[in-house]
Ligand binder design. Structure first.
Ligand code: TNX
Length: 523
């Protein structure tokens, strides 16, 4: 952003809202050519005194105060505030924008963000962040004038489900890492985080009724490191952190395959009654729970009950993928029974697309990753589909053959390829009304720390967020890549270890302030 400022501080700087590079691209933007500036004395007003609004207002203050050095306060007021403030207003919005839509009006004398629900305000706050100079993302005091272009943005998502998955089983990631992951997806208006909590290499959530799952099953990871697990208290803290950001956590316990960590922890889950060794390689498809044993269903019931109690969201994910050593005649009744168990705990079941072999209930969900015919079968069951096609949406795929991290069994996924597809035309017969939304998974066989996570997410993740938010007809790679290139300074302010793909025209957008001395005589 180039802002021309004059020494005359009374005159607002001309700025053009329609030139701002927002991701995801909003539904409508009308520019009015001037600017609003955050200044000493700017506060954040909220229209109601509820806890949720208070928290959301405080979230905005916490985003803006460190870099600006301002000390914006959150003040409840049913009346619009005087000039110079930001007003977060619940109600007063067009019902057509739904629960996640927002209307943002930026005037020279103030900002009003309106929404029908707190979630809409939270999402509108992400837009406010992107309208301010990139250095707003720094955690310490920055030089700069904190101006936003004036005008009106009216915006709402195309899809209600916009998510990402993090595999904490192959490599374990700390609570702090998961919170950063949540913050990064929230910035692009995603609203779901799926946590892959158990696989062959590790069990990552404390289950009080089966304690050895975490203690023994969580004690290693790919490569033989020490692994780890979340206590239920830590997990609840993650869920709350996500909830405060209007993000739903979907916990996954993968079964009947991908279960070596559980099998190693409790011999009775194995058909031969013997616990295997812990596993730290990256093969898939060699493990299975013993589906004939009643104790296995007791185990599933206990795990699902404890997980359901930790889950405010509607879904529990039961995996179901790549159960290559479970006979089909065992797999189908197993998934059917697990589906009933999930529902008995008041939740809906999600499974990877293979679960369509079972008798999926219409309110269960299939996550399409591999087989088009499975997505079509889900539609035939009247079940909804989450779109995660591996060849497009797997963030663990290498960008190209030179990428230092990642796998490439599904594809190399450069930034353009990640963006250029749409959910409605991906699979014949899987249409808009069958699709819940998008999820971009990050499997962690080759991913060991936050730097690695960031490298695989950025810059692909903003594109997945836009696929979920912005209607296909408004999306175009040539136009998008320019907006993406302008995220560079923001990525840097966030200290993101991003992949600087050659396909993206990266530009520095940190504010260039040109002071124009005003010659009083010539004025
Ligand atoms: C396939 S996707 C898997 C995972 C691996 C991933 C690696 C899916 C349902 N199963 O177990 O981690 O490939 O890309």
């Amino acid at each position: 952003m180039i802002a021309l400022t004059s020494c005359d501080t009374e005159t607002p700087t001309p700025m053009d809202l329609s030139q701002e590079s927002l991701i995801p691209k909003p539904v409508s933007v009308v520019a009015t050519g001037s600017s609003f500036e955050l200044k000493e004395g700017t506060n954040i007003y909220i229209s109601e005194e509820s806890d949720e609004l208070q928290r959301t207002g405080q979230y905005l203050a916490d985003q803006l105060n460190p870099a600006t050095g301002l000390s914006m306060q959150v003040i409840a007021s049913s009346e619009a505030p005087a000039a110079g403030h930001i007003y977060l207003r619940l109600s007063g919005s067009d019902p057509e924008i739904g629960d996640e839509g927002y209307e943002l009006e930026i005037r020279e004398n103030g900002v009003t963000l309106s929404a029908n629900q707190p979630a809409g305000l939270f999402l509108g706050i992400q837009t406010i962040r992107q309208l301010l100079p990139p250095s707003i993302e720094q955690n310490s005091l920055q030089d700069g004038s904190w101006k936003m272009a004036t005008g009106t943005i009216r915006d709402y998502p195309d899809y209600a489900f916009r998510g990402s998955m993090l595999d904490v089983a192959r490599h374990f990631f700390s609570v702090a890492d998961v919170k950063r992951y949540i913050d990064l997806i929230a910035m692009y208006k995603m609203n779901v985080l799926h946590l892959h909590l158990a696989d062959d290499q590790g069990w990552r959530i404390e289950i009080k009724s089966w304690p050895n799952l975490a203690i023994h099953g969580g004690s290693t990871e790919v490569g033989g490191g020490e692994g780890g697990y979340y206590t239920q208290e830590e997990y609840a803290d993650i869920v709350k952190y996500a909830q405060d950001r209007f993000i739903t956590i979907i916990p996954e316990i993968d079964m009947p395959g991908h279960t070596n960590a559980a099998l190693a922890s409790y011999p009775e889950l194995n058909c031969d009654g013997k616990a295997p060794e812990l596993y730290s390689g990256i093969e898939v498809g060699f493990s299975t729970l013993c589906t004939d044993k009643e104790v296995v269903y007791k185990f599933v019931d206990d795990v699902m009950r404890e997980l359901a109690a930790l889950t405010p969201g509607p879904y529990l994910h039961v995996g179901g993928d790549e159960s290559h050593v479970t006979a089909k005649e065992d797999y189908i009744p197993f998934i059917n029974r697990v589906q009933d168990i999930v529902q008995s705990h008041g939740k809906l079941m999600i499974g990877w697309d293979e679960v369509v072999e079972a008798s999926l209930k219409p309110n269960s969900v299939a996550q399409y990753w591999a087989k088009g015919e499975n997505a079509q079968a889900a539609v035939a069951h009247n079940a909804k589909v989450i779109m995660s096609p591996a060849r497009k949406a797997y963030m663990d795929m290498q960008y190209d053959s030179t990428s230092p991290l990642g796998l490439h069994w599904a594809a190399y996924i450069e930034v353009d390829s990640a963006y250029i597809w749409d959910m409605e035309t991906m699979e014949e017969g899987v249409q808009r009304e069958n699709i819940l939304g998008i999820e971009a998974p990050l499997w962690s066989e080759t991913i060991t720390n936050m730097d690695d996570i960031e490298y695989m997410l950025f810059p692909r993740l903003p594109g997945y967020a836009e696929i979920g938010w912005t209607p296909t007809a408004s999306r175009d790679w040539e136009e998008y890549k320019v907006r993406l290139g302008k995220q560079k300074s923001r990525f840097e302010a966030l200290d993101l270890n991003y992949y600087a793909s050659k396909l993206v025209p990266w530009v520095d957008t940190e504010e260039i302030v040109i002071e124009i001395p005003i010659d009083k005589e010539n004025n």
